[in-house]
Design a protein around this ligand. Structure first.
Ligand SMILES: Cc1ncc(COP(=O)(O)O)c(C=O)c1O
Length: 163
C-alpha cells in the first residue's frame, strides 16, 4: 500500500509501509544567503538581534496578535505553552506526530491519552476524541500533520461540551 498526501505550496509527503518522507516547501537558497551574511558581520547570535526583532514584529502584524515570543525550537514552545496554560492530569492527543508532542507532556508530568487519527490526512479524528473524553480530561492537544489543518471547530466543540 502506498499513500501520497499533498500539502500547500511545494511540501510533499509520501508514506509507504516502511518509510515516511517529508520534503519541506523552503525557498531557494540564494535569496536566503543575505541573512546569514549580515548575522556573521554583526556577530549578534543571541536574543535581540535585528532579525529576531524584525521577525517578531512582522509576525505580530501578520497574525494580528497582541503578544508573541520566539523560541529556540518547537519543543520548548510546547513545554512552555502547557505550563502557561497550567495543564495537568490527562490530556487527549495524537499518536501520529513527532516525538516532541509526547515529550512536552512527559516533561510536564501530564498523562497522554492517545486517540485515533483520520486515514486521509492523519490528523486527530474528532469523533474518536469525543469517545475518549472523560471527566478527567483536562485538554486536547492536536497537531496539524504535514501542514494540513485538523478539524479545530469539531475538537473545540468536544472540549466545550466536556467543560
Ligand atoms: C509536530 C511537531 N511538534 C514539535 C516539534 C519539535 O520541534 P523542534 O524540533 O523544533 O523542537 C516537531 C518537530 O519536527 C514537530 O513535527
Amino acid at each position: 500500500m502506498y499513500w501520497k498526501a499533498y500539502t500547500k505550496g511545494n511540501n510533499n509527503v509520501s508514506v509507504s509501509k516502511t518509510n515516511i518522507h517529508h520534503t519541506s516547501g523552503i525557498t531557494t537558497i540564494g535569496r536566503n544567503y543575505r541573512i546569514p551574511e549580515e548575522i556573521w558581520e554583526n556577530r549578534i547570535l543571541t536574543n535581540k538581534g535585528r532579525f529576531h526583532e524584525q521577525f517578531e514584529k512582522e509576525l505580530v502584524e501578520y497574525l494580528g496578535v497582541k503578544y508573541l515570543s520566539l523560541f529556540a525550537n518547537g519543543t520548548l514552545a510546547l513545554v512552555t505553552a502547557l505550563q502557561t496554560l497550567s495543564i495537568t492530569g490527562k490530556l487527549i492527543t495524537t499518536p501520529f506526530s513527532f516525538v516532541a508532542t509526547t515529550h512536552s507532556l512527559w516533561w510536564n508530568n501530564i498523562k497522554p491519552v492517545f486517540s485515533n487519527i483520520e486515514p486521509d490526512y492523519f490528523n486527530l479524528d474528532p469523533d474518536k476524541v469525543e469517545e475518549a473524553l472523560t471527566p478527567h480530561t483536562t485538554a486536547i492537544m492536536s497537531v496539524h500533520v504535514y501542514g494540513n489543518l485538523c478539524k479545530l471547530n469539531a475538537l473545540k466543540n468536544s472540549a466545550d461540551i466536556n467543560r
